[in-house]
Design a protein around this ligand. Structure first.
Ligand code: MRU
Length: 348
């Protein structure tokens, strides 16, 4: 992998601007946590785990920015920064999970100086990055037995939605890691990549990542998914997750629910893939997950080009809920979880 979506060097947070991919590879440097919150909001960085990691580094910037000379003063400033970062996007629980981890760590009364608190914030951000990286790697290993070997003339065809690769997670990826780990293990796989309107994370980001990793793939429009299932023989579907409720209901990129329904109609296994940081046991079911409504412009325009008539009415829900009954299993770093999800996720 020759790119890294999130980098921290000498007090500067560097993000790969995912809005410009695949044709422009450009980085933006951040030293202000408020600008990091904006970067998450406008999707310079996106994908649930990547949002969480970025927010943690945003807290490290806030610690640097604070002029407070006391540990207590700095803790108060960090509370303010967390409140700003929390507003960036509502659905991916990793954002809130990461902020809570940082706040819990600095609440420790052992840290009596402001500099000690600053060091702890940065250490926690690095720890979160490393944790997600290791989780992603284990996810790939745990998923391997679920992916048939395939042969060169008849590879295992896997349908994937949105972008869940290194760009979305820091390193390795989640649902995409199921595909790349199988490829690395010598299995013959072919990814069918949903373009994922309106932000085109599949067409722009997933195809770019798979190209660099040398994994065979075909981009399809979202509306082609059921047709592809019926005609080319999809062996399994893999999707990421932004928040998994205690009963297994899953919020993920808009279009996931439709895929799950089509997969069920064709008898195709449908796997949700994510680290346990994306499981929110405090939420009982999908109806309690807030679905982000994004700007109409994402639907009316592709980049600068308007594709709809002037003044058209638009709805732009960024995520949907796939009811647990359509999910074959949830693949995590701690293992593959099968129904009944309420019992088995609690055990996890
Ligand atoms: O709006 P995005 O691009 O942040 O949405 C991303 C997704 O829905 C992903 O599937 C999810 O975050 C999992 S990323 C490993």
């Amino acid at each position: 992998m020759t790119y890294r979506a999130i980098q921290w060097t000498n007090g500067v947070l560097r993000l790969l601007d995912q809005r410009l991919l695949p044709h422009t590879v450009a980085y933006i440097d951040y030293v202000d946590y408020r600008e990091v919150a904006e970067a998450i909001k406008v999707m310079v960085v996106r994908g649930a785990p990547a949002i969480g990691i970025t927010a943690a580094y945003g807290m490290a910037l806030a610690a640097q920015q604070s002029h407070s000379s006391s540990a207590e003063g700095l803790r108060a400033d960090l509370g303010t920064a967390a409140a700003v970062l929390r507003q960036a996007r509502p659905t991916a629980v990793n954002l809130f999970w990461a902020l809570e981890r940082v706040l819990a760590r600095v609440a420790n009364p052992d840290w009596v100086t402001a500099d000690a608190v600053r060091a702890e914030v940065l250490a926690e951000a690095h720890a979160i990055y490393e944790l997600e990286k290791q989780s992603n790697f284990k996810i790939g290993q745990n998923a391997l037995p679920l992916v048939p070997q395939g042969v060169p003339d008849a590879p295992t065809r896997i349908l994937h939605h949105c972008n869940t690769g290194p760009l979305a997670t820091g390193e390795y990826g989640t649902a995409l890691r199921v595909i790349t780990a199988a490829h690395e293990a010598g299995k013959y796989v072919h990814a069918y990549v949903d373009e994922t309107r309106p932000r085109l994370q599949g067409a722009r980001l997933t195809a770019w990542e798979l190209q660099q990793m040398g994994v065979p793939h075909t981009v399809i429009v979202d509306g082609a998914a059921a047709h592809v299932m019926r005609t080319v023989g999809i062996a399994l579907c893999v999707v990421g997750c932004d928040r998994v409720a205690a009963n297994g209901d899953t919020a993920n990129k808009i279009g996931t629910y439709m895929l799950a329904l089509a997969a069920r109609a064709h008898g195709i296994p449908f796997y949700v893939v994510g680290p346990t940081s994306t499981i929110d046991m405090a939420v009982a079911g999908g109806d309690d997950i807030q679905i982000e409504a994004r700007p109409a412009r994402e639907v009316t325009h592709i980049r600068e080009c308007q594709i709809t008539p002037d003044g058209v009415q638009v709805a732009n829900p960024a995520f949907d809920i796939t009811p647990a009954r359509y999910i074959t299993a949830i693949i995590t770093e701690k293992g593959v979880v099968y129904p009944p999800f309420t019992e088995n996720l609690a055990r996890l």
